[in-house]
Design a protein around this ligand. Sequence first.
Ligand code: ADP
Ligand code: MG
Length: 333
Amino acid sequence: MTSTELLRADHLTRHFKIGGALSRRTLHAVDDVNFTIGEREIVALAGESGSGKSTIARVLARISKPTSGEIYFEGKPVSQIRSRADRLRYSGLVPMVFQDPFGSMNPVLRVQHGVLRSLKLHRPSLSAQERSAEAARVFETVGLGADMLERFPYELSGGQRQRVGFAQALAMRPKLILADEPVSMLDVSIRIGLLNLMAELRDTMGVSVLYITHDIASARYVADRLIVMYAGQIAESGPIEEVLADPRHPYTQLLLSAVPDPRAPLSAAGESDRGEPPKVIDPVPGCRFRWRCPLAIDTCAQVTPVLAELQPGHDAACHVAQQADASAVRAFS
Ligand code: ADP
Ligand code: MG
């Protein structure tokens, strides 16, 4: 690890009970997931639709309770947060920015309303005048002129509204922004500005970002590390350049093959929709990717693969990749 650990997900699990009384089943949205986010680090969380990305963000934001497992923030277990003051403090340190900021804005209120409300709640010592000055300051930080404060949501472009979402998060002086597909509804030409903003927040303010996306090319553009999810589990994780240069999990390889040119900074591609949907309802043991995997062996149907380190900091949950490495080690000794 290059940076100090800020957040750790430890065996994080979120299941949902689905179906009626007679057909009760369990959907394993997030299953035994372990990862860390460092200070001043942008971690991309990628994977196709339904792989559990948003559920992870919601659990990290404490919007949703984990079924089991723990989150450690600055070394302290988040499940132990009890008082209203501590809950408020955590929600300010770890705010969420959503895919569609329009949906979370009141159309009849000026866009500064949300920022001012956040300031009032999270920084009660500020006077009304200081709040106005601070609102103008965070708007400037996200690249919006002070004249924008008085506008109504419909008067802003999609990119500007998403910047307001980041301004609202910044007003709370966050340490980790959970950005759930923040650019996927924006035109490709607008996306790059938002990605640059995330990089700027990291570089100048030391803010970490969990950048959720199904677009590997945009992840490559902005992230330090990549976590690839498949069917509620981590398939692979590591430094982004290394994972993209040497993907070890067949699912990561499939994802990358769906990107025409991963070196192109921005592309609309990324989501692979080949093969069957992931098996997350009452899953059977074994690898959840094996039905789509061109390399599957007998072990994959019997034993659930666990994430193992193949290179320093580069992990994959794949029997075939792990066996290949083990035999390479034997060949050398
Ligand atoms: P992603 O963000 O990667 O597209 P999600 O985290 O939204 O994936 O969803 C993961 C899985 O959990 C999906 O199968 C989804 O249908 C299911 N899911 C999410 N929230 C709920 C819920 N509240 N109740 C039942 N199932 C849910
Ligand atoms: Mg999602």
